[in-house]
Design a protein around this ligand. Structure first.
Ligand code: ZN
Length: 313
């Protein structure tokens, strides 16, 4: 049976590139690991943030576009993106959020405490302490590695048909159902990061794609052979997967699951060091070969952005 290790990456839409960089690197302390353009719309950046090595399970990507209309978080989308912080770090994060005037509240489910906050575009984020997952050695300014975000804890899915989404998680992606608590049904994958997925069972408003919403969630495939097998399984099960596409840093295929959420399956390799050395990840605007000879023109079109490129430990 095919089993994913959990989330590969999450991609979302926002309005402003600089504001997004300031929040994800400056407040959350993630590393900008790749600066490229949307291959289908090269006048729009595609920015990737993750842990120091940009491992699968840590990567959130954004398409910042000023003219993008505001969306609405709701059914057919990933509702909440949860980040994993080390055990014993929750009070550090509470003080940090206060320092940056990010309002938050606490909630709990399945015996865990969550800090709930919004990013500047309204994306819903949670921070939760977990013992598993590797320490992130990306030391940005004032976040000690012992408190740094390790990667994703998981995500909460807002499905139009929760039982259909549950079915694809269990029978296609190989998640194990851990049970229900209140309005949440919880699933677990074998990976140590980005491995806990909750489906919200109670009603939500209908989601509208736009700025401040998640565009899709990608699940990990170990290698290209497994990726191909997943494509065959999806066809057998009556889904309509796309062809396998080369996204430079991974191979990708996409399909809509039965609850309306756009799912992707992405390979762990080759990863983000395929075109830049680890020490320089995110420093240079990376363009696909067909845009490389238009680099000057592209740079003119894209908004100017700046970021703190402190080195990892
Ligand atoms: Zn993707």
């Amino acid at each position: 049976m095919l089993k994913t290790n959990g989330i590969h990456h999450i991609s979302a839409m926002v309005n402003d590139a600089q504001r997004t960089i300031d929040f994800y690197t400056g407040v959350l302390g993630l590393r900008l690991i790749k600066k490229t353009v949307n291959f289908d719309r090269p006048e729009v950046y595609h920015l990737y943030f993750g842990n120091v090595t940009g491992d699968p399970g840590t990567v959130i990507t954004f398409f910042p576009w000023a003219k993008q209309l505001k969306g609405r978080i709701g059914t057919g989308q990933v509702g909440v993106t949860a980040y994993m912080i080390p055990k014993g770090s929750i009070s550090f994060w509470e003080s940090r959020l206060q320092k940056y005037q990010v309002s938050y509240q606490s909630s709990s489910r399945f015996g865990e405490t969550y800090l709930e906050l919004n990013d500047p575009d309204g994306l819903q984020i949670e921070l939760v302490e977990r013992a598993e997952g590797e320490r992130n050695s990306w030391k940005l300014s004032d976040i000690p590695a012992e408190y740094a975000i390790k990667g994703f804890a998981g995500a909460t899915l807002l499905s139009k048909f929760p039982h259909k989404t549950a079915e694809v998680l269990e029978n296609v992606l190989g998640f194990t159902c851990l049970g229900q608590e209140g309005e949440f049904l919880r699933f677990r994958a074998d990976g140590k990061i980005g491995n806990i997925i909750d489906i919200k069972l109670s009603a939500s408003v209908r989601g509208l794609m736009g700025a401040g919403t998640v565009h899709h969630i990608a699940w990990r495939a170990k290698d290209e052979e497994q990726h191909q097998k997943w494509r065959e399984l999806l066809e057998q099960e009556g889904y309509f997967p796309t062809e396998i596409l080369d996204r430079n840093y991974f191979k990708a295929l996409y399909f809509h699951e039965g609850g309306g959420i756009l799912f992707e399956i992405a390979t762990d390799l080759p990863g983000f060091t395929v075109d830049e050395p680890l020490s320089k990840l995110g420093n240079k605007l990376m363009l696909p070969t067909w845009l490389e000879d238009k680099r000057d023109e592209m740079v003119e079109l894209l908004p100017h952005i700046e970021f703190n490129s402190l080195k990892g430990e």
